[in-house]
Design a protein around this ligand. Structure first.
Ligand code: ADP
Ligand code: MG
Length: 376
């Protein structure tokens, strides 16, 4: 059944329009965004789809294939509930704050992006809904403004302290390119992925929760390191600055990671632009070592996946991706080898680790009834 059919079945009338937005994976640049630094993500083929029909009143009724049951509220009476509907309320409250008068609507959500898996299902939902509302109400937002609205909705209404990377790549990204993002200026540069580049993304099956202590501890450590160095953010520290080595541990290693990860994003961008995949692979490896040893956000399951990846002759590099403490890893290989690498690594991992891994890329299961590129 398509999303359109599901909408009709649930709400007893057809939808007016559909929209969608992709999930994302970060190629390199982890724990740099909240330090004002650089990131290099790309959009995934997995997307979140919304179907909408306008209502004559101010009621919003919403349901999701991933969260069955209808949730309802009145426009203007948005209140945080701790449930998924907060993401919808966040968008309508944020639009109201920009003086846009909406009417109510019925909403159906369905997604291929794993929810809560570090692949940005939250920003995919926000951007897909904003795209739907943009069309339904003829709003003149460009894709940058759309990302900024999604970011404001998630940080201010939902209350998640997320960076601008996720909404930017969900709004402006595509599968054929990476986006070099300067998270401070929000300048975005699109870099075409070389045709022979192959990416494998495997979720380790180890759940991570960024609301818990460790992620916040890392953020606080970066802020302390920046304060001791007398700069607003670690972005402002030069790589050769001798004062980094004078910081107390673990701040010295935390700062060293951030400063060098920013340089690695720049080097990776150069390697990608020049199609130098072996160089990109070496940068991936250095990033993993830094996240494992200096920033200490890897876990044994991810280190095992990285080690298993390196046993495959077609693998050029491998690293943890995302916030860490579990979650996913990314492997660089050539396009023709992606399926073989993914299946080999997952088979070896399943035999050794007690977790249930999931292959995110290459995407082996695109349903036939899904439109390939449902933009609006
Ligand atoms: P991530 O963005 O890494 O997937 P988050 O914790 O940032 O993880 O966002 C996940 C939350 O976003 C879910 O708990 C849910 O509230 C909401 N969400 C995302 N996608 C959907 C969906 N398809 N249906 C309902 N809620 C969703
Ligand atoms: Mg998210």
């Amino acid at each position: 059944m398509t999303e359109r059919d599901a909408f009709t079945e649930l709400f007893g009338r057809p939808s007016d329009l559909g929209a969608s937005a992709p999930g994302r994976v970060n190629l390199i640049g982890d724990h740099t965004d909240y330090n004002g630094g650089y990131v290099l993500p790309t959009a995934l083929p997995q997307r979140t789809y919304v179907q909408l029909a306008l209502r004559p009143d101010r009621r919003v009724r919403a349901t999701s294939a991933q969260r069955p049951g209808i949730r309802e509220y009145e426009l203007g009476a948005e209140r945080r509930s701790g449930e998924w509907i907060d993401y919808v309320q966040a968008i309508t409250a944020t639009l109201a704050a920009t003086d846009r008068s909406l009417s109510g609507f019925d909403l159906y959500v369905d997604s291929d992006v794993p929810v809560g898996g570090g692949l940005s299902s939250s920003a995919a939902l926000e951007v897909a809904l904003l795209r739907g509302l943009r069309r339904a109400f003829s709003l003149t937002y460009d894709d940058d403004l759309l990302a900024a609205l999604a970011h404001r909705a998630e940080t201010e209404f939902v209350g998640a302290p997320v960076g601008i990377m996720d909404p930017l790549v969900c709004s402006k990204g595509d599968e054929g390119s990476a986006l070099f993002v300067d998270t401070r200026s929000r300048v975005v540069e699109r870099i075409a992925l070389p045709p022979d580049l192959g990416l494998v993304v495997i979720d380790s099956g180890v759940a991570h929760d960024h609301a818990t202590g460790d992620y916040r501890t890392r953020r606080a450590e970066c802020d302390r390191a920046a304060a001791l160095l007398g700069v607003p953010q670690l972005r402002d520290v030069e790589a050769g600055d001798p004062r980094i080595d004078e910081l107390p541990e673990p701040l010295r290693r935390r700062a060293r990671h951030v400063v060098h990860e920013n340089l690695r994003v720049l080097a990776a961008t150069t390697a990608l632009t020049g199609g130098d995949l072996p160089a990109l692979g070496r940068i991936f490896d250095a990033s993993h070592r830094s996240l494992r040893d200096d920033f200490e956000v890897s876990v044994p399951a991810i280190d095992l996946l990285v080690e298993l990846a390196h046993r495959h002759p077609a693998v050029l590099g491998a690293r943890i991706t995302g916030g860490g403490f579990g979650g996913a890893m990314i492997i660089l290989t050539n396009r023709a080898s992606t399926a073989a690498v993914a299946l080999d690594v997952v088979a070896a991992y399943s035999a050794m680790a007690p977790h249930a891994p999931m292959i995110v890329l290459p995407w082996l299961h695109r349903p036939a009834n899904r439109p390939m590129n449902l933009e609006s």
